[in-house]
Write a protein that binds this ligand. Structure first.
Ligand SMILES: Cc1cc2nc3c(=O)[nH]c(=O)nc-3n(C[C@H](O)[C@H](O)[C@H](O)COP(=O)(O)OP(=O)(O)OC[C@H]3O[C@@H](n4cnc5c(N)ncnc54)[C@H](O)[C@@H]3O)c2cc1C
Length: 496
């Protein structure tokens, strides 16, 4: 399932696979917006940088995002202000404003064609004005007090009754074309970007990054992998959710211009142009990973059809978010290792957090001051602000551990697994993830996630095995798609 951003994508030149050990100053794992922003800052400062990417440039969440660039948080500025107070809430907006400006300046400087455009953002209600007024007034106050140009409007110009807040001077672009542009520039500066090269192990003590082909020795290692690989403290309280997107061509009516967040329930709307063709997209139907909604795409199509004159549907895709327990991302040096860096906890706002993260990490490596590092440090501990989500997520993991291990059905025959279906079952005492392909072939893997031994769940919308505990996802051959797991699901005979 491809995102709309692939339209007009030029991809990135393939580098031959690694055959021998290489030494660099900085090894960056992951070629999303975080990794490539860091790589550019470091390469331009004269560091020898190598980027290792398991899939393709932008093929992670960056290329599955909505391409909205904004200074506030999608979950609301008021909750952030309530949790952290005025000063931090205003710093977040200042840091993120600077990051939007940085993206704009980079696009101009490097001549990247990615349809960057300044646009207003809207936070809208479709409910009775009396009912939602209180929440939106609090949000407006928080936005203005953080320095944003925001006002209440009675009509957002959508083809249905919607009113709320308009925030001036935010932006939109094509996120995939942007990171492909960064990668092109990096390659022209001599930076090696190896795609289709999953990293299988990081040993910070010896500074070694191991792939299936060869190892890379590096003074600094950046895990720009959306969530750190392997076992890390920050995974304990992290909420992992998936969200879905559908795009459509309209028969009649206007394509809305701007970032539209329609609350009650949350749907994000924006339009995009490729050549003469315009598209409208809707993003929503978020749910915790492992709790699948087979109807997610259907619900989004119905939402568009209810509110717009849809001619046909064009693309559908989904992507994953990691939300930190205290509402801010974890960026920078990791616990226990001064040469190891991470960036995670971006929730739905990570094109900007990723840009900030890339620059903060580059500044740490280059031993330069960065004004924003203090708020988002990866080593911070904030029990007062994190406790609720921390407890909730740990209860969820424990519940999955117990329920999934005890509740797995026993199977004596695979006959009733239909083509296209997957099922977790105990067979001869072994917990297996069993999938029958559309052509009838049976694929059997261990159902035990190699990250922390939770049991994976079948995701029928995307035909993947998803771990509900910490977000690892695997394809039907067991290979890691994303998340903290380094290694694929084992074949049955290799299970421990
Ligand atoms: C549906 C949805 C819409 C969103 N829309 C927006 C938006 O409009 N605006 C916004 O600001 N944010 C948005 N976000 C959030 C934002 O897209 C992400 O937070 C951001 O793109 C993360 O960038 P990243 O570079 O850190 O991660 P990624 O883009 O995921 O990059 C990480 C890379 O690491 C690679 N990798 C992983 N493991 C390995 C390994 N072992 N070896 C080598 N490589 C590896 C992956 O293949 C991947 O390419 C959205 C998120 C979702 C889910």
């Amino acid at each position: 399932m491809e995102a709309i951003w692939k339209l007009g994508s030029r991809g990135v030149a393939e580098h031959p696979h690694l055959t021998e050990e290489i030494e660099v100053d900085v090894a960056i794992i992951g070629a999303g917006i975080t990794g490539l922003t860091a790589a550019l800052a470091l390469a331009e400062a004269g560091q020898r940088v190598m980027v290792l990417e398991a899939a393709t440039v932008g093929g992670g969440v960056t290329g599955g995002s909505t391409g909205n660039l904004y200074a506030m948080l999608a979950s609301g500025q008021a909750p952030l202000r309530r949790k952290w107070g005025d000063e931090v809430a205003a710093s977040v907006v200042r840091a993120r404003t600077e990051a939007v400006d940085h993206i704009e300046a980079t696009i101009e400087r490097l001549g990247i064609e990615c349809q960057f455009k300044r646009q207003p953002a809207y936070r809208l209600s479709t409910e009775d004005r009396q009912h939602a007024r209180h929440d939106l007034n609090e949000e407006l106050d928080a936005l203005i007090s953080a320095g944003l140009d925001a006002e209440m409007i009675e009509d957002a110009g959508l083809p249905f009754d919607s009113w709320g807040i308009r925030i001036a001077y935010q932006a939109q672009f094509n996120p995939l074309h942007y990171v492909e542009g960064l990668a092109g520039r990096l390659q022209s500066e001599g930076v090696v970007i190896v795609q289709h090269c999953p990293v299988r192990e990081v040993d910070p003590d010896s500074g070694i990054v191991r792939t299936d082909e060869a190892s890379v020795a590096a003074k600094h290692i950046v895990q720009a992998t959306h969530t750190p690989k392997g076992i890390n403290l920050v995974q304990a309280g992290m909420l992992v959710t998936r969200e879905y997107a559908v795009s459509a061509k309209l028969r009649s009516g206007e394509y809305p211009e701007g970032i539209f967040w329609v609350l009650d329930p949350f749907h994000s709307l924006r339009s995009y142009r490729h050549g003469d063709q315009r598209y409208l997209m809707v993003i929503g139907e978020k749910h915790p990973l492992g709790h699948h909604q087979i109807e997610a795409y259907r619900n989004l199509r119905e939402y568009l059809e209810t509110h717009f004159d849809v001619e046909s549907f064009a693309f559908q895709w989904s992507a994953q978010q990691y939300s930190s327990p205290d509402g801010l991302p974890y960026i920078g040096r990791m616990h226990g290792h001064d040469n190891l860096y991470m960036a995670t906890g971006f929730a739905a706002d990570g094109l900007i957090w990723g840009t900030l993260a890339g620059r903060i990490i580059a500044d740490q490596i280059l031993e330069r001051d960065n004004p924003w590092h203090a708020h988002f440090g990866a080593r911070r501990i904030t029990p007062g602000k994190s406790a609720l989500q921390y407890v909730k997520e740990n209860v969820t993991v424990t519940k999955h551990m117990v329920k999934d291990y005890l509740g797995i059905e026993k199977l004596d025959t695979f006959d009733d697994i239909e083509p296209g279906q997957g099922r977790v079952a105990t067979v001869d005492g072994e917990k297996l993830a069993i999938h029958r392909t559309e052509t009838g072939e049976l694929k059997t893997l261990s159902a035990v996630c190699p990250h922390m031994k939770c049991i994976v769940h079948w995701n029928p919308s995307e035909s993947t095995w998803d771990c509900p505990c910490h977000g690892s996802r695997f394809d039907t051959d067991g290979e890691v798609i994303e998340g903290p797991a380094y290694h694929p699901l084992a074949p049955p005979e290799e299970r421990q």
